[in-house]
Design a protein around this ligand. Structure first.
Ligand SMILES: [Zn+2]
Length: 309
């Protein structure tokens, strides 16, 4: 099977693959490859052009047929920055997602490009520390940082912001000879507009960042209250396999975990509002259930967001 430093390929059904981001590659989020019959659909394009390039090669290697459609679940860079590798294909997103990409992506590149000299200096510093021969744990930490910065440098140097060319409002069905899949915009959840892909014949959902597994989901660009409604809609689909935006492929229990996380944080922030003698937000501990989840810094950002509202 095709090998990439950016992702691992998981077969979910005949002609449906989840691509799970590796910890140190340039993917930073999950993606999907789906055989619709005679042509391929790609769901999300990762955080960097180089990961997008491998995604394209993986799709060709797995299915050996033209790629026709590419879907962006939402506007966040880690799901759209491989788009340029699919400039010849039809990139699809909700109209609100495309509008958000127009608002945010050129600005990101404009902010990052002047940082390249500093990034070079950081890389030189890391290389010096690594060559000094630190002990095992320190070396692993340094090489992980180095791998991340190398991916970001390559991304800034090669990124060409590429937008969806086909947009939709709430729902779009794509038909192939092998299967039909539905794109459903669930409205405001993790962002102002989140799209999921549902394959009814396979009971599989690619959920984008509406679902995160063993990762703190970010609230700050969306709305946790309407996110709970989005989860209800998702639950009604009766999916048996759910591919989250971050973390391993899961089953329908991932919906309950996400609901619990959102409800728990809403309760913590409500409690904070009610009690004037509360400590600083940074002193609020991550609940036991979420202590081993990745991206722990997101917990505090989420609470700050809820308490600002
Ligand atoms: Zn996101």
């Amino acid at each position: 099977m095709f090998h990439s430093r950016h992702f691992n390929i998981i077969a979910l059904a005949e002609g449906i693959y989840a691509l799970e981001a590796t910890d140190q590659g340039g993917a930073m989020s999950n993606a999907g490859i789906i055989d619709l019959g005679g042509f391929t659909l790609i769901f999300d394009t990762f955080n960097t052009p180089q990961a997008g390039r491998d995604l394209r090669q993986a799709a060709m290697s797995l299915l050996d047929q033209p790629i026709r459609y590419v879907v962006n679940s939402h506007w966040h860079g880690d799901h759209v920055r491989g788009n340029q590798c699919f400039a010849e294909e039809t990139i699809i997103a909700s109209s609100r997602t495309r509008a958000m990409m127009e608002q945010t992506q050129p600005g990101w590149l404009a902010r990052m490009t002047p940082l390249l000299p500093k990034l070079e200096a950081d890389l030189a510093g890391l290389a010096a520390k690594i060559s000094a021969g630190p002990e095992e744990a320190g070396r692993l930490q340094l090489t992980a940082e180095q791998a991340y910065l190398l991916e970001i440098r390559e991304s800034i140097e090669t990124l060409m912001v590429t937008y969806p060319v086909l947009t939709f409002g709430h729902q779009l069905t794509l038909h192939g000879t092998k299967r039909s899949v539905e794109l459903l915009s669930l409205g405001q959840a993790h962002t102002v507009c989140d799209t999921i892909l549902y394959s009814p014949s396979d009971f599989i959902v690619f959920a984008g960042d509406v679902i995160a597994v063993h990762n703190h989901p970010l609230f700050t660009d969306g709305n946790p209250h309407s996110w709970l409604h989005a989860l209800e809609t998702l639950e009604k689909l009766d999916a048996q396999q759910i591919v989250p935006g971050h973390g391993p492929v899961s089953d329908a229990s991932a919906i309950g975990s996400m609901r619990q996380y959102i409800t728990d944080l809403l309760a913590i922030s409500a409690d904070y509002h009610m009690n004037p003698a509360q400590p600083d937000i940074s002193c609020i501990p991550v609940p036991e259930a979420y202590q081993r989840w990745k991206a722990p810094g997101v917990f505090q950002r989420n609470l700050e967001f809820l308490l600002r509202k």
